[in-house]
Design a protein around this ligand. Structure first.
Ligand code: NI
Ligand code: MN
Length: 225
């Protein structure tokens, strides 16, 4: 599996079988993304919630690539109403797709769509493929059940926000890593805008000081997991 970080909460997973899965592809309106939506393809698009900085360019990419949306029920219906293919799931449920398994988790946040339509509850997601379990928390505050998520699935990677204001800041994110206990933490949702400025180096030092691993991915960087 390869993981590419566009910046903000936008990631691309490429499985060993060559399937491309995007999570929260916010690119064209994202001042920190060097990659733009016309240069991205997707077989599947997972949205954690409907905020504009997460839906991002999902619709233009899906239109061009005939991608399948994977979201919680209300957000999947929102995508389907706009004419897209969608697989409806919900929090606590998992499903085996051709590329691997997707399971939605809780997240403490909001999920109103940019056009003010109700899009259900926000979520996090555990993606399991090629023997790797990757937890993208979505936008969320800290919650103790992250411990339960880590107990039910041995997490290899945890992608989590550190930008504060709308989500966890660094102190809470360090506690989140302690609770979910992944092998590696990867910070996200920071430095996109002034309001969510955070130092990923500080996060990395604090994660390492509790004996855990952290990779700070550069914006646009792709790594082999
Ligand atoms: Ni949000
Ligand atoms: Mn956000």
């Amino acid at each position: 599996m390869k993981l590419k970080y566009f910046s903000h909460s936008a990631f691309q997973i490429t499985t060993n079988s060559g399937k491309i899965i995007l999570i929260d592809p916010f690119l064209d309106g994202n001042p920190t993304s060097v990659v733009k939506s016309k240069d991205v393809n997707a077989d599947y698009i997972i949205l954690t919630h409907a905020h504009g900085d997460h839906i991002g360019d999902a619709f233009s990419i899906a239109k061009r690539c005939d991608s399948l949306f994977i979201c919680v029920d209300e957000l999947a219906n929102y995508c389907a109403d706009k004419g897209f293919k969608a697989h409806n799931m919900h929090i606590g449920g998992g499903h085996d797709f051709e590329f691997g398994r997707v399971k939605f988790t809780i997240a403490h946040h909001g999920s109103m769509a940019p056009d003010n339509q109700y899009a259900g509850e926000p979520a996090g997601v555990v993606v399991s493929a090629d023997g790797i379990n990757l937890y993208h928390t979505g936008d969320t505050g800290l919650f103790y059940d992250m411990k339960l998520i880590g107990e039910m699935t041995a997490l290899d990677y945890m992608l989590l926000p550190i930008g504060d204001n709308f989500t966890m800041g660094i102190t809470d994110a360090v506690k989140a890593v302690e609770l979910a206990n992944p092998k590696v933490a990867i910070p996200m949702h920071y430095n996109t805008f002034d309001l969510i400025k955070a130092d990923p180096g500080e996060f990395k030092r604090k994660i390492e000081s509790i004996g855990k691993n952290c990779i700070v991915m550069n914006f646009g960087q792709e790594i082999d997991l």
